[in-house]
Design a protein around this ligand. Structure first.
Ligand code: FES
Length: 611
């Protein structure tokens, strides 16, 4: 609106933009200053100036209407208080206003007024708004705004070309931290699908290409908002005042509380442990309780706890361990214990086999102390046999011979990877979930062994191996995966064909062939990962698909670091998620449409002219 002329007259930022009489007669005008279109409105005897682009989707506000001090955009009818630009409709954002002065020779305005908040703060606030109201476009705009703040968006590139760019920290840390704070506080059931997706996206962040980093953050934040919407908040407990309790005592108390499904009690003990003990001891306590019973929640419980740890690692243990890890407790105290399921009891009581092996563990670990185990070539294939007693004996023998938790978890994860890579497409479609659960659980157990050397994690290996056994019929017959060979194709062409293949339904085996061919052609696995990331993040990918790709990338990295890994084994880690993706794609890509709109708005494109 018009400012005090005495103040404004002394400010040389003001520029003449319109004739007073003409504006009064016409009621409105659009002027351009420094390339920015500004709408002027004469209303109730005053002049107001606002950015002509509606902050929602860019429609010209000069084509809106004004009544009683409210400017209404005509595209989606967002309303703005005319003087300061505040919106009535949180999904639209506030519109920028400009100070106006009426002088004798015309209308003057300040085209570059000082801002109340810096852009990074504005986008952080908008991200919070988007999470609170579950507004996808607001979240997408905020993530792009945070990432692009101070950076030329034109340098960001996509996918198969392999071009890379490094985003600003605000494009990563702020979305992850904000979503963790929100999801752990406002979802009564705590850490679930949404926060696990966020953690997966944080883990994938370095592997995906330039603009896909923004898509990854959008995916994670969006899932947190979606899962939290409509939930009652979670009220966090407090640590005990007694800071002298030993690790052994806290571990015992925690396991006892989880055993009787006492979430509040378990939470107080865990918060005390986080306050008193180092990270590896907290990991010991949590992963031990997560394996006291068998394969909790189809493997999700331990997987979620592991992801919570890794998400905290991204944003800081000191500030976030308590809320994030405490929020996982429903995954332990409310979990289905697989020994309660008939599939673990009939026709073979594999639960009993596993519990018997638990009883042997102290002696096996003592026998293996000081020994060095080397995985025999036949070991992983034996874990795929149709004989649960043989599998248990194979694992317990390895422990007796000195196999570490890391070595054993890695071997089981290799077997679980094969279940996905060789999944036969003649199975029922939902059985993809079955092999997926085993795969991500086995991978999570392996990841957990890097966080604690607790020998209780051998129990996670046994669980995962029994789940591999239960999945045995899903590899009959084994799906074809090409053996390593040679190809003279350009790896870029292979990657582009792989993306094309995700555009068609049912290209599962073709995806496996292309991944293999990329290796045969000498392509860089990092480029292949970026292409898989591109294919993943443009889709409305389901929770399991997102997890599957994250686990595949982690398995590939683990295998690539191991000189003893043969070529096919490493390839299978990327064949598995590629096949999984091909089975579930294409989707409607509605989230990509929202992301695309947000990107085009950020670049200043005029959406209304091309829709
Ligand atoms: S309300 Fe203005 S563009 Fe949607």
């Amino acid at each position: 609106m018009a400012t005090d002329p005495d103040t404004a007259a002394s400010d040389d930022r003001f520029v003449r933009v319109a004739d007073r009489e003409t504006l009064e007669a016409d009621g409105q005008a659009v002027v351009s200053e420094d390339g920015q279109a500004i709408a002027l409105f004469h209303h109730e005897g005053e002049v107001f100036a606002v950015d002509n682009r509606c902050p929602h989707m860019g429609f010209p506000l000069s084509r809106g209407s004004i009544e009683d001090g409210i400017l209404t955009c005509h595209w989606h009818h967002a309303r703005f208080e005319l003087e300061e630009g505040d919106t009535f409709d949180i999904w639209a954002d506030d519109v920028q206003t400009f100070p106006v002065e009426l002088r004798d020779d015309g209308v003057y305005l300040d085209p570059d007024p000082p801002t109340d908040v810096d852009p990074a703060t504005h986008w952080r606030n908008r991200l919070a708004d988007g999470l609170h109201e579950n507004l996808s476009l607001v979240m997408a705009k905020a993530i792009i705004g945070l990432d692009g703040e101070g950076r030329d968006a034109g340098t960001v590139s996509d996918s198969a070309s392999g071009e890379r760019s490094e985003p600003r920290a605000d494009g990563f840390h702020t979305p992850v931290e904000t979503a963790v704070n929100f999801g752990t506080r406002y979802r009564e059931m705590g850490w679930g699908r949404g926060l696990t997706t966020l953690g997966c996206m944080a883990n994938l962040y370095d592997d995906v290409g330039g603009r896909d980093k923004r898509r990854a953050m959008f995916m994670g934040v969006r899932e947190v908002a979606d899962e939290t919407a409509g939930s009652a908040p979670r009220f966090q407990q407090y640590a005990f005042d007694n800071r002298e309790v030993s690790k052994e005592r806290l571990k015992e108390w925690f396991r006892d509380c989880v055993e009787v499904r006492d979430r509040d009690g378990a939470e107080r003990v865990l918060l005390t442990a986080i306050g008193n003990l180092p990270r590896e001891d907290v990991a010991d306590i949590l992963f031990t309780a997560a394996t006291d019973h068998l394969y909790l929640n189809n493997g999700h419980s331990l997987d979620f706890v592991n992801t919570a740890f890794e998400t905290v690692d991204h944003i800081g243990w000191e500030d976030h361990a308590d809320a994030a890890l405490a929020s996982t407790l429903e995954q332990l105290t409310g979990a289905t214990r697989s020994e309660e399921l008939s599939s673990w009891r009939q026709p073979v009581d594999i639960a009993e086999l596993v519990f018997d092996a638990h009883d042997l563990l102290p002696d096996l670990v003592a026998a293996g102390a000081g020994k060095e185990w080397k995985r025999p070539e036949w070991f992983v294939e034996t874990l795929l046999e149709d004989d649960p007693e043989l599998v248990i004996d194979t694992l317990t023998d390895a422990i007796r011979e000195g196999a570490t938790t890391e070595q054993l978890a890695d071997a089981v994860a290799r077997a679980a990877t094969r279940r996905v890579a060789y999944f036969a497409t003649n199975n029922e479609f939902n059985d993809w979930n079955t092999v997926h659960h085993t795969f991500t659980y086995a991978n999570a157990v392996h990841r957990a062994t890097a966080k604690t050397d607790a020998t209780e994690l051998y129990r996670g290996c046994l669980d995962a191996a029994m789940s591999v056994y239960l999945d045995r019929f899903l590899n009959q017959p084994r799906a074809p995966v090409p053996s390593p060979g040679e190809s003279d194709r350009d790896p870029l062409d292979v990657r582009e064909e792989l993306l094309d293949c995700f555009d068609e339904q049912g290209q599962v085996n073709r995806a496996a062939t292309l991944v293999s061919e990329h290796f045969d052609a000498g392509g860089d696995p990092a480029d292949l990962k970026r292409t898989l990331g591109r294919g993943l993040l443009r889709e409305d990918a389901g929770f399991h698909t997102l997890q599957n790709v994250e686990a595949g990338f982690q398995r590939f990295d683990a295998l690539a670091d191991d000189p003893a890994t043969d070529e096919l084994e490493a390839r299978l880690a990327l064949v598995a998620p590629a096949r999984y993706m091909a089975a579930h794609f294409p989707t409607r890509r509605s989230a990509e449409q929202t992301f695309s709109i947000a990107t085009r708005l950020h670049q200043g494109e005029r959406l209304h002219e091309v829709e």
